[in-house]
Unconditional design. Structure first.
Length: 280
């Protein structure tokens, strides 16, 4: 890879429990903001004009242009009935999979209210380096329909016996001028640097996820000033055990150059299946 520009920031990494680190987490709860982190200076590299150098199976993420559909993203039913289909088509195009099922989405915006009270708050950009699901946690999360956002996959019991993966299709809904998203190059992150914790969602569902322990050789990437026609495809889980990236650490981050309105983005989780490939 050729030399590229970087931006300095600090990222939140996992601390061991003996030093006050997290072992359990409640989603959308202000307790998230009270956790102790290993806050480290990191140089985030800019992938702009180098998008072709990344792959889901090596680094664990890809940058793509995918024109945003004409849609009211405040209309939740329209997102589920229309945008999910766009995400499924994109996931199949990027992966060569046979089937894709979108199973949920989250819209995030920068939160500036009181986060000291123990109360649920609107989703904000995640500020710790994490992978949404541990390798066991992905099975916990998606093996039951109620944990897939109620999405019915009629032949799930058959599909889950073949190769499958979970992706996040992350898209800004306005130009990103603050709180950009950084992805860790999984080829620089050995599995022994991933720390499994338990996360409980508002509906009571619980599963494992990963936080990341800091190591200086890790590298992180973002794309500057992403527009609504830009997306990042992020690997959240892969059933294959052949050395490919199985989950990508990622996080929102801040810089001294941040400006403009709050970040507004949508991330859509999609399961992809390769019906004629072995599970592992």
């Amino acid at each position: 890879m050729t030399q590229t520009s970087t931006v300095p920031t600090k990222l939140n990494f996992s601390l061991p429990p003996s030093e006050g680190g997290c072992v359990k987490l409640s989603n959308n709860n202000s307790s998230t903001f009270k956790i102790k982190w290993d806050n480290r200076p990191v140089e985030i590299q800019d992938a702009r004009s180098r998008e072709h150098e990344f792959s889901l199976d090596k680094q664990g993420f890809e940058f793509h242009n995918a024109p945003i559909p004409s849609l009211d993203f405040e209309d939740e039913e329209a997102v589920r009935s229309s945008y999910y289909k766009d995400v499924e088509r994109l996931a199949l195009k990027l992966t060569g999979g046979d089937r894709a099922h979108a199973v949920g989405h989250v819209k995030r915006t920068t939160y500036t209210g009181d986060v000291t009270a123990d109360k649920a708050i609107a989703p904000a950009p995640a500020t710790m380096v994490h992978v949404d699901y541990s390798y066991d946690g992905a099975w916990e999360r998606f093996d039951k329909q109620e944990n897939r956002g109620g999405v019915e996959i009629p032949d799930w019991d058959t599909l889950k016996k073949a190769h499958w993966a979970a992706l996040s299709i992350w898209r800004p809904l306005r130009t990103i001028t603050r709180d950009a998203l950084a992805c860790g190059d999984k080829s620089t992150v050995p599995d022994d640097q991933l720390r499994e914790i338990r996360i409980t969602h508002q509906n009571g569902a619980e599963h494992g996820m990963f936080h990341l322990a800091y190591e200086p050789k890790q590298t992180f990437w973002y794309k500057s000033r992403m527009e609504p026609d830009d997306v990042i495809a992020i690997k959240l889980f892969d059933s294959k055990l052949d050395g490919r990236a199985r989950g990508t650490p990622h996080t929102g981050f801040q810089t001294e150059q941040d400006e403009g309105p709050p970040r507004y983005s949508i991330e859509t989780r999609v399961l992809v299946f390769w019906e004629n490939e072995s599970l592992e």
